[in-house]
Design a protein around this ligand. Structure first.
Ligand code: NI
Length: 254
């Protein structure tokens, strides 16, 4: 049974057939899905999907690209939603210096990441971290929260940073990027990474793996990530599926 640990099913890309796609997943071997929110409305939408489908769980949080018009007071609403039993993490949260280049905007991202890591620690929930071109500052903030734990989703950092994160107790998660031809860096991380700290995800509707690249992504394709990791590690695919699902259940308490 596969666990897609990161898929955005509230996205409008699923408006036409969301129920059909989600209902078909258990029959297609995907027994668990975690849907992270990116702001208050999509966190609420994730929670509603988790209430509707037994195999869907939610995370709530404010993504670094969605801070316009948001104040730290809004985190009270995230905290209130996090009390729901199907909310299993704070996310997705983090830093994005690819889309936000100005110093003031990046400082604001750090303030929100810091506050949401505080919240994760306070609620004893794992965090789902988005780190794009902000590896050093992400690592520094994680180090400043020794009781926080969680996952770096769509891991894009170096082997060096991965080693530090694993020592700090964090998990690394991999998307369809590992199936792309130019995935050398992520493959190097996978070659090193202990399998008990690896999870798989689609990040649907984006980043469909090969050979579906460019199409709408959905959780069925997470099997491609398991196959790729099995090839890198020289292990049977079933073993990678079993261990990555176990890792997700353990981290999120499912
Ligand atoms: Ni995402």
């Amino acid at each position: 049974m596969l666990f897609d640990t990161h898929a955005h099913y509230y996205d409008e890309a699923f408006d036409a057939d969301r129920d059909q796609v989600l209902s078909a997943l258990p029959g297609a071997g995907v027994g668990l899905v975690l849907c992270p929110g990116c702001d208050i409305p999509t966190s609420q939408a994730s929670l509603e999907l988790a209430e509707k489908y037994p195999h869907v769980y939610a995370a709530v949080g404010i993504h670094p690209e969605n801070l316009d018009g948001v104040s730290l007071d809004h985190l009270d609403q995230i905290e209130a939603m996090a009390a729901h039993p199907k909310v299993k993490a704070i996310g997705e949260i983090g830093l994005d210096y690819y889309w936000v280049k100005d110093e003031e905007g990046q400082k604001r991202e750090r303030d929100f990441f810091d506050a949401q890591l505080d919240l994760a620690e306070k609620l004893d929930l794992p965090a789902i971290v988005h780190d794009r071109e902000a590896h050093k500052d992400s690592l520094d903030l994680v180090k400043a929260h020794p009781n926080a734990r969680g996952v770096f989703h769509c891991y894009s950092g170096s082997v060096e940073v991965a080693k530090t994160l694993v020592i700090l107790g964090w998990t690394l998660s991999f998307t369809g990027v590992i199936t792309f031809k130019n995935a050398r860096k992520a493959i190097e991380v996978l070659e090193w990474a202990p399998l008990d700290r690896v999870m798989i995800e689609t990040d649907a509707p984006y980043m469909a793996p090969e050979p579906y690249r460019g199409k709408r992504n959905d959780s069925r394709y997470v099997s491609r990530m398991a196959e790729t990791i099995a090839a890198v590690k020289g292990l049977p695919v079933e073993e990678v599926v079993r261990i990555t699902t176990e890792n997700g259940r353990r981290l999120f308490g499912i």
